[in-house]
Unconditional design. Structure first.
Length: 453
């Protein structure tokens, strides 16, 4: 069967928009702001930026080198660059990781659809704050609703991926990523204007290096790593569609900048509103699906229209952030079937829709009817989350780094980073990047792995 010509992103801008969309996820919204406030405000932000530049960007570069050099999916890339070795099985591990990840991530994405629909219908406790606190618990414990929303979100993800790179992922990313920033900036303007919001701003920006410590640095390192979607193959896949003239290092810096900027914007959109409402700041799903709906509902008592608009904007942004991440994860799986088994894209998407739906259903029911069903002391959802986040992503990131730093020829690595010597800045900093890849990054990944156990 003849091999179809591989697609490419239309420009470096659209590649960065796609990568930024992949990196910007729910963790930027429900975890980063809380970590900033608890670990010294601006002090944590400085630590996060340092970790991003020294750890996350070089990790990004490793995956991007493998992807663009091979111009293949994760399995095919290792086959091409290390033929006759066992490295190809790391590609299979990436496909497995992304399959498990997209299965339970679409459950969380389904929650965003549910809450957006409720917000648009005025059924999110508008004007009745106490009711808003019970919506999430009732929804996730339902025997039907979480499954329906999971399948809706998974279906939306599959539709986008089925259109391919240019007509699907690229088109979606270049529209929704800038829109996502716009929506969150609108939220910031509203949030900081609330009476009492100043305390929330100080919570985020007031530097307190005494709160940073070793634990703060560990959190900054872990957040920088997870936030860039490293270790699962999404960067590798997107980079395989990257044009040879584009800068890998520049794309890594811009992706890191976009991801950090969005995380900070999200912090200023959320925490001032939390403090203005007199609520203790928190993190995780409860922040997005309980605390904030409660705040918006309280707002609706005095200003129903404003409360409706802000609630709808917020959950539309949540949905966009979740979708932009899920499409990159699913594409790793789909590209594998397309390339290795020559299955048409739409049928490859259908295969993984059925597989992810099968695993996603018990994940969706883990908060209700299957909540008492435990494997190794964890619900199905928690087991999938723990296995991916704490083990599989770490193994994948370490493998990508060791492959570039110790398996590939140094000249080949330099050729990709400097575009054959034509990128002068990349050439000047190459030895620093290469040192980080060989010696610093592997130790950092092992440190994150130990800390996460």
């Amino acid at each position: 069967m003849p091999v179809a010509k591989r697609e490419s992103f239309g420009s470096s801008f659209t590649f960065i928009m796609a990568m930024a969309g992949s990196a910007i996820g729910l963790g930027n919204i429900w975890r980063f702001p809380y970590m900033v406030g608890e670990h010294g405000g601006a002090a944590f932000i400085v630590a996060y930026i340092v970790c991003g530049l020294c750890i996350a960007v070089p990790c990004f570069v490793c995956e991007a080198i493998i992807g663009r050099r091979a111009r293949s999916g994760v399995y095919g890339a290792f086959q091409k660059l290390a033929p006759g070795t066992g490295w190809k099985y790391m590609g299979l591990l990436s496909v497995l990781t992304c399959f498990v990840l997209v299965s339970y991530y679409c459950v969380v994405g389904g929650w965003s659809i549910d809450f957006l629909v409720r917000a648009l219908m005025g059924k999110l406790g508008q004007g009745r704050p106490d009711e808003a606190l019970t919506v999430f618990g009732n929804m996730v414990s339902s025997p039907v609703e979480p499954i329906v929303m999971h399948l809706c979100f998974l279906g939306a993800t599959c539709v986008i991926v089925s259109f391919g790179i240019k007509r699907g992922i690229e088109l979606f990313s270049k529209i929704t990523t800038p829109m996502l920033f716009f929506l969150m900036v609108a939220m910031v303007i509203f949030s900081v204007s609330l009476p009492g919001a100043g305390e929330g701003v100080r919570y985020l920006v007031k530097p307190d290096f005494s709160k940073l410590g070793g634990d703060g640095w560990a959190c900054a390192l872990g957040q920088a790593f997870y936030s860039m979607s490293l270790g699962v193959g999404t960067v590798l896949i997107y980079s395989s569609f990257m044009k040879k003239k584009d800068s890998i290092l520049g794309s890594g810096f811009w992706t890191a900048f976009s991801d950090t900027a969005f995380a900070l914007i999200a912090g200023f959109a959320i925490m001032p509103a939390v403090f203005a409402a007199g609520i203790e700041p928190g993190a995780g799903p409860s922040l997005v699906y309980e605390t904030l709906p409660y705040i918006f509902a309280k707002m609706g008592v005095e200003a129903p229209l404003l409360g409706f608009i802000i609630t709808a904007i917020f959950f539309l942004a949540i949905l966009m952030a979740a979708l932009s991440s899920s499409i990159s994860i699913l594409d790793v799986c789909v590209e594998h079937l397309c390339e290795q088994y020559h299955i048409r894209r739409r049928y490859s998407v259908l295969v993984f829709f059925l597989l992810a739906a099968a695993l996603g259903v018990p994940c969706a029911l883990s908060f209700g009817s299957l909540g008492s069903f435990k494997i190794l002391g964890k619900t199905v959802f928690d087991l999938c989350d723990y296995t991916c986040s704490n083990i599989l992503m770490m193994v994948g990131a370490l493998a990508f780094t060791l492959f570039v730093g110790w398996k590939m020829k140094k000249q080949d690595v330099m050729d990709e980073i400097t575009n054959g010597g034509t990128l002068k800045f990349s050439a000047r900093v190459f030895n620093i990047i290469y040192f980080l890849i060989r010696w610093v990054i592997p130790l950092a990944i092992v440190f994150i792995f130990i800390e996460s156990l």
